[in-house]
Design a protein around this ligand. Structure first.
Ligand code: SF4
Length: 612
């Protein structure tokens, strides 16, 4: 039995509890009474995947159906993978410990580009053919993918049978229902895929053929098998009515987000031009404060967690944020439960909000300023003025904080040396502000931490057309920033620009990249988001061997009228709007948030909803 084999080797590896299941809250069913089995695969380790809210929702939702069984599966760490390969242990699901190759659906959630190679590794470990074309016509082992990265799934198109665009609560069950019906009729894989692609939000990559021009850009896309020309993403219309679990699986081992996570809202009203999540999750929808509080209480009661985090892109944009926090704090303070608020913006950071946060936060404050000068912040539509940044810092310092962490991006469109020096100057002005405040924390010096990421232009943003800076340009800017800082009160950290380059290639790539992803995995690439496993040289070798010019994807401006690899996927935001926003950015002009004025992104109109 697989269980005996696994248990025999568990003590040879680190964190064995990742691999054995049996956690409180995990769902066990009698498989003789189950009709459809779904392996929900997270292409990273247990500790990271178990923190993922989407998995928790879809796991519980699917398991509400008596005859469907959703189980969890994660990428094993290097040590356990070696044990698995040596002892012929195929990749298995944690609930039943059955090999996932025996499942009906093998579903991957694609949260970041750097997990792509892990998908191939997991399919290989499972004993499932890596390329969809090599899977048999038998109706089983349907490999599907969802999550933000499938807004451009082309670099993985050869590996997935189906990509699910948008929110999965409804469409996943529709797919499983269709599968169940067709399985009873003895249908083939292709018969199922032909019917599945008629469901809104379901994309079957192999029914689309890309024809390229001589210059390498896309000439046109041909559809086959009656597949729709455009595939529109799915959304949930009413967040108060949509299913939300009352229980989570509680791990034995520590995970990244080891707490109750309560969803507050989806979408974003802001329109920061670099932010993919801000566009692909539109329209903006909120849960009522009542719903949020009810979920928080139920989850704490059922899981025993004593910490709650509010999950959203921008929690402080909730229209009922103050009454919601007051209600939640009444509960959390009386029950001795911690409350953390991860997403705050500097422009709506009020004293009353700080008062509330101070009751729950002990660590320093972090803010995303993104650009060092007002001009650049206007280009990226980070509607935040220096006055607001200063005001926020003043409130924080007067409230007892002496350290602030500021996030910036380097390589933003139109960026000049002046904008880079502007980061250091802004930090200097925050230091001056600290020492000008009489009631600042006594006896403590100020500490400003600057964290700089390299800008990655992403599909479905107004910056999707933009090139990324080359390595030389980024290195010049990094040096310039360091040279501009003259005090130890400012600390700077950078992200590795090679990582950002791989991200942009995979984010903006087309189907021709599949062979390079395969080649890189063959060379041993996996866990690319982990510094110790990131081997850019191997990726570069793979690109070269496959005849891929990386600068074509990373450093080339995509034309407005060019067919982009993701143009046949409809994420509701219109391309005309993205072009308009790109042009507005180049004039350093801002676009107000949706509550102030609609800028016509087209999202709500398409789905027949009112905006604000
Ligand atoms: S349609 Fe207007 S208000 Fe609605 S999300 Fe788009 S820009 Fe914002």
């Amino acid at each position: 039995m697989l269980k005996d084999k696994i248990e025999k080797h568990l003590l040879e590896v680190q964190k064995p509890s990742r691999y054995i299941g049996g956690e409180v809250g995990s769902v066990i069913k009698d498989k003789s009474k189950v009709d459809v089995r779904f392996a929900f695969c997270f292409p990273d380790t247990y500790d990271i995947g178990m923190s993922h809210l989407g998995m928790k929702i879809l796991y519980s939702l699917t398991n509400e159906r008596e005859n469907y069984w959703c189980e969890r599966c994660f990428a094993p760490s290097e040590d356990f993978e070696a044990v698995m390969r040596e002892n012929d242990i195929p990749l298995y699901a944690l609930e039943s410990l059955d090999p996932i190759k025996d499942f009906d659906f093998i579903g991957f959630t694609m949260q970041y580009e750097l997990s792509y190679a892990n998908v191939l590794n997991m399919l290989d470990l499972a004993g499932i053919p890596i390329f969809s074309k090599d899977r048999t016509q038998e109706l089983t082992q349907i490999v599907i993918a969802g999550g933000p990265c499938v807004c451009n799934p082309e670099p993985l198109a050869d590996f997935f049978d189906i990509c699910v665009l948008g929110e999965g609560e409804e469409v996943n069950l529709e797919l499983m229902d269709l599968y169940y019906e067709l399985k009873k009729e003895g249908a083939t894989r292709d018969e199922f895929l032909r019917k599945a692609c008629q469901i809104e939000g379901v994309y079957v990559p192999k029914f689309y053929e890309f024809v390229y021009k001589d210059d390498g850009t896309i000439d046109h896309i041909e559809t086959t098998n009656g597949a729709p020309e455009v595939i529109r993403k799915r959304i949930i219309r009413d967040l108060d009515k949509v299913y939300y679990p009352d229980n989570f699986v509680v791990p034995f081992t520590e995970i990244v987000q080891d707490r109750v996570s309560v969803e507050v809202l989806r979408g974003c009203i802001r329109g920061c031009r670099f932010c993919q999540a801000g566009f692909i999750y539109r329209p903006f929808r909120e849960k009522h404060a009542e719903t949020v509080c009810r979920s928080a209480k139920n989850l704490c009661k059922n899981t025993g967690y004593d910490e709650i985090s509010l999950a959203s892109l921008s929690t402080s944009d909730h229209s009922e944020i103050d009454p919601m926090l007051t209600k939640l704090l009444d509960y959390t303070v009386s029950e001795k439960i911690n409350l953390s608020l991860p997403s705050l913006r500097v422009d709506n950071f009020s004293e009353s909000l700080l008062e509330k946060i101070k009751r729950v936060r002990k660590s320093g404050l972090t803010f995303a300023a993104e650009g060092g000068t007002q001009r650049l912040r206007d280009v990226i539509n980070k509607n935040v003025s220096e006055e607001e940044i200063m005001n926020t810092c003043r409130i924080a310092f007067e409230g007892g904080y002496s350290s602030v962490k500021l996030y910036f991006m380097m390589g933003l469109p139109t960026e000049t040396d002046e904008d880079i020096v502007g980061i250091a100057e802004l930090a200097n002005r925050i230091i001056d502000l600290y020492y000008s405040i009489e009631n600042r924390p006594k006896g403590r010096g100020v500490q400003i931490s600057i964290s700089c990421a390299t800008f990655v232009p992403k599909p479905f943003t107004p910056f999707q057309f933009e090139p990324q800076d080359t390595r030389e340009m980024i290195e010049h800017k990094q040096k310039l920033l360091l040279d501009s800082i003259k005090t130890k009160k400012i600390k700077v950290s950078y992200h590795n620009p090679d990582v950002s380059m791989l991200e942009v290639i995979l984010a903006k790539g087309d189907r021709r990249l599949c062979k390079a992803v395969y080649a890189a995995w063959k060379k041993g690439c996996k866990f690319d988001s982990w510094d110790e496993y990131f081997h850019f040289d191997k990726w570069l070798e793979a690109f070269e061997e496959c005849g891929i010019d990386t600068s074509f994807y990373a450093n080339r401006r995509f034309e407005y009228d060019e067919i982009l690899p993701w143009d046949h996927l409809d994420y509701l935001v219109s391309k005309e709007f993205l072009v308009r926003e790109n042009k507005t950015a180049r004039q350093s002009k801002t676009t107000p948030n949706c509550r102030l004025r609609c800028s016509g992104c087209g999202v709500n109109k398409k789905v027949g909803r009112e905006c604000f």
